[in-house]
Design a binder for this molecule. Structure first.
Ligand code: SF4
Length: 465
């Protein structure tokens, strides 16, 4: 065994589980080894110096040239022969074999798990599965889904940080940098842990959800040992299999978004898209440095609705952008009437310190920007109310957010959301309940079938179906 340097024990635990570690390959692989070893020590595992003293062995492999591949396969074979419990990670783990699985799995079918490189969290998860984590009286106080600020039954799942666009009204890229996608295995593991901890709805967020994986050229990651590309469609498919509702936010209307619509039509993902269009007129979109033109967006919306007629679309817009003419603003209102979006927010343009748009010519007076925002909202509120009215008489499944009691009337009702309402930003579906007993049977996160009986400007009213 050629183990990495054995760190001095931090504390001795008679019963601490022991992990042997073989680290092969380049400095990047060594950094991965260091991350895993650091995490092992932080969790109370001991690092063993020989196969016999190890409860399990991790082999970090190299797959660069044939010689390195052979050395890695030999090291795995030796660890299997000497110890028997082996987890493989590193570049060779990402190589596919002739049968479609991993090369390592085909040569050494007895290995417990195989991951690719940069997969410290996934390796740790496999270690936990095969060699129980030592009890830590402090760390074990943290709930399995982590500390959350949201109610227990829904949670935000951040899939990337930063943004590759340079919208002229936005300073996020200057603060958070270019897009950095989280490894797909890590995202799915976090989502699975949230679901295990009781989360019933996952809200996928980022600066640009459709761009997930662009920065890593959609590289293949590993989810539970299976190779999966770092890409929005693949990620959504994985999340759809976890048994929770999945809602997508900040989705840009790129062509590949069409791929998730069938998943929505099949009921595997909530038929809901939060798409920040910002404007419709090509010249304003260009001034904003936004990716798509208004005409294409209308076509896209039509295509989405043809695939998934129940789709709810939420969006945000800016009225009174620098240089926006009355005709261009009218273009935006016409877009709204044609697009018939379900839920919409609108901001009157206002300069943000550091934004490039501040220097654009044709800045409009505050009153004009504000008046356009008000006109926009007038048009949209009629559209939104009309869309809600169309739902009266239909049936749907809702998820309970909270139970409320009208102290004066003594009536009970459940504040719920169907597929069409995201928490905190959209309206609610209020379900009239029979009394306290029915209310008590509906904890937050429970689902029930309802019939919509009335619609307000933002909210819907229903009765159990
Ligand atoms: S508005 Fe969104 S897409 Fe545009 S730069 Fe800011 S974060 Fe990126």
């Amino acid at each position: 065994m050629s183990p990495v340097q054995k760190p001095a024990p931090r504390r001795s635990r008679k019963s601490s589980p022991k992990v042997g570690f073989v680290s092969l390959g380049c400095p990047k692989a060594m950094v991965d080894s260091e991350r895993i070893l650091t995490q092992l020590r932080a969790e109370g595992y001991e690092i063993a110096g020989d196969y016999g003293g190890s409860d399990l062995v991790v082999v970090n492999t190299c797959g660069f040239i044939d010689e390195a591949v052979q050395e890695s396969l030999d090291a795995i074979g030796e660890a299997l022969a000497e110890n028997g419990k082996v987890i493989v990670t590193g570049c060779l783990g990402a190589r596919r074999g002739s049968g479609g699985g991993t090369l390592v799995g085909e040569v050494h079918p007895k290995v417990l798990a195989v991951t690719g490189p940069h997969a410290a969290d996934e390796v740790m998860e496999h270690i936990h599965a095969h060699l129980a984590k030592p009890h830590d009286p402090f760390a074990d106080l943290v709930p399995p889904g982590g500390v959350k600020l949201t109610p227990r039954h829904y949670a935000y799942l951040k899939i990337s940080e930063g943004c590759n666009h340079r919208c002229t009204f936005c300073i996020i890229p200057s603060m958070r940098g270019d897009l950095v996608s989280r490894p797909i295995g890590e995202v799915v593991r976090e989502a699975a842990a949230l679901v295990r901890a009781g989360v019933k709805e996952l809200l996928v967020v980022s600066q640009d959800t459709s761009a997930y994986g662009v920065d890593v050229r959609y590289r293949t990651g590993f989810v539970g040992g299976r190779p999966v590309r770092t890409r929005m469609t693949e990620l959504v498919r994985e999340l759809a299999g976890l048994g929770a509702r999945v809602r997508l936010h900040y989705v840009y209307p790129y062509p590949h978004v069409d791929e998730v619509l069938p998943l929505m039509a099949e009921g595997r993902v909530l038929p809901y898209l939060d798409v920040p269009f910002q404007h419709s007129h090509p010249r304003i979109l260009k001034l904003m440095k936004r990716p798509a033109s208004g005409e294409k967006n209308i076509e896209r919306i039509r295509a989405w609705r043809a695939i998934c007629p129940d789709l709810t679309i939420r969006s945000t817009f800016i009225a009174g952008f620098p240089g926006e003419t009355e005709a261009e603003f009218e273009h935006l209102l016409a877009f709204l009437r044609e697009a018939e979006l379900d839920r919409v927010g609108c901001f009157a343009w206002s300069p943000v310190e550091g934004a490039a748009a501040n220097a654009l010519p044709g800045q409009l007076p505050d009153e004009v920007r504000e008046a356009r925002r008000a006109r926009f909202m007038q048009v949209q509120s009629e559209i939104s109310a009309g869309r809600l009215r169309r739902r009266v008489g239909t049936r749907c499944t809702v998820m309970v957010d909270a139970i409320e009691r009208d102290a004066e009337a003594g009536a009970w009702r459940a504040a719920t959301r169907s597929a069409g309402e995201a928490p905190e930003i959209d309206g609610l579906v209020y379900v009239a309940l029979d009394g306290e007993a029915q209310a008590r049977a509906l904890p937050p996160g429970s689902e029930l079938a309802v019939r919509i009986v009335d619609a307000g400007e933002h909210d819907l009213f229903a009765v159990p179906a």
